[in-house]
Ligand binder design. Structure first.
Ligand code: DHB
Length: 395
């Protein structure tokens, strides 16, 4: 048994789904393979901030209806440290750009529904996806369906949009990969709670005890994070301890109070930075978390994945339609220029806002000066805002 398609994609996350949609719009057929079930993909809780151009892209692709109704459009963010809080008016600082707070799994739900409605094929719940013959003009992906049946996709091009642990990156020979990584001594404990809105925009807080972030999902559901030990067990965090920590870290200004509610989801994630140079081998291309990881501070993960596949979709279109492979040759370099800028921004936001016990007193003072500079300089604010809403694309 085998199926033919122009582009075989492993991974039904933001990179794989946006790519399939962009290719479909260009008249190119793609099939997505995903090892999780549709319910698991649609239920995985991740970040929720879309850069300005991602929101526009979703609208332009006809995928923005529910986001327009249920998303929250934020024109600024609040930064807090010590006993001060300041507002960064991103819309004003960037000449009219905003971000959209709309959870990643809601984006995925919308994209999956639209893909299936368009007649697109997504095989969920598969296993053993493996790339073959990627140095030839007919690369293949072999896999096993949920019922155990073996199958293969014969393709013109194949894409690993399969996350950090997927087979995509591993299919590039180790000798051709240069990998860069940094592990932070921090974790994030994230919660979802049925609680009313506490503040009209996101609050990023540096407290002497550690970082805290107040985000939202709707007027009834709030998303919050606290810095914790990455090895910590969630069992050590009963709800009372989570609320006490959030109150301490966020309520340092005036008489402002955080609203509480029932916590219905909680988990701990480690923070790391990772980049794989290159993002291609033969006719295999990797995109999103398969190629790079950012720590969550600033919420760049999804945005970067979509940026990769926007570049990749144009390059695949030129190669398939016009036999012009220059874009494919340039894909790793083009994508990585943006990737490194997002890595820099996410690292900067992370180090500026977290408590690090390994930091020297000198470094600690520098971090506080970073925040002081930001609070008082329009130029520093404009630089942060430009990155936060999404850097412009270079040619
Ligand atoms: C959210 C996550 C982030 O990492 C961030 O920087 C802002 C918001 C969120 O999940 O809402």
């Amino acid at each position: 048994m085998h199926q033919r398609t122009q582009v075989g994609i492993v991974g039904c996350g933001p990179a794989g789904l946006f790519l399939a949609h962009l290719l479909h719009r260009a008249g190119i057929e793609a099939i997505i393979l995903e090892n999780r079930t549709r319910e698991a993909v649609e239920g995985t809780i991740r970040a929720g901030v879309l850069e300005h151009w991602v929101t526009e892209l979703m609208r332009e692709m006809g995928l923005g209806d529910r986001m327009a109704r249920e998303g929250h459009f934020h024109s600024g963010i609040t930064l807090q440290y010590g006993r001060s809080r300041f507002h960064l008016d991103m819309e004003e600082l960037t000449g009219g750009k905003r971000v959209t707070v709309y959870a990643q799994h809601e984006v995925l739900r919308d994209l999956i529904a639209a893909r299936l409605a368009d007649g697109g094929i997504i095989h969920f719940d598969i296993s053993d996806a493996a790339f073959h013959d990627i140095e030839t003009t007919q690369p293949r992906i072999t896999f096993r369906h949920a019922d155990g049946r073996e199958d293969a996709l014969i393709c013109d091009y194949v894409v690993g949009a399969d996350g950090f642990h997927g087979p995509g990156r591993q299919a590039i020979p180790a000798a051709d990969r240069r990998e860069y990584s940094k592990t932070y001594p921090f974790g994030w404990l994230g919660i979802l709670a049925h609680a009313p809105t506490s503040w009209h925009e996101l609050i990023y807080a540096r407290h002497e005890e550690g970082f805290a972030l107040l985000s939202t999902r709707s007027t009834e559901i709030q998303r919050m994070y606290i810095q914790c030990d990455p090895q910590d067990d969630i069992a050590n965090w009963p709800d009372e301890r989570i609320w006490a920590t959030l109150h301490r870290r966020l309520e340092t200004i005036g008489d402002w109070r955080l609203s509480e509610g029932a916590i219905f989801q909680k988990g701990i994630i480690p923070l790391r930075s990772f980049v794989c140079e290159t993002m291609r081998h033969g006719r295999l291309f990797i995109a999103g978390d398969a190629a790079h990881i950012v720590p969550p501070t600033g919420a760049k993960g999804l945005n970067l994945a979509v940026a990769d596949v926007l570049v990749l979709s144009r390059a695949l279109e030129a190669a398939i339609r016009r036999n012009d492979t220059d874009g494919l040759d340039a894909y790793p370099a083009t994508a990585l220029r943006r990737v490194w800028k997002a890595e820099r921004f996410s690292w900067m936001m992370t180090t500026m806002l977290h408590r690090d016990d390994a930091e020297t007193p000198f470094e600690h003072r520098i971090r506080m000066a970073d925040l002081d500079y930001l609070a008082g300089s329009r130029n520093a604010q404009a630089a942060l805002a430009e990155n936060y809403v999404g850097l412009p694309f270079e040619g």
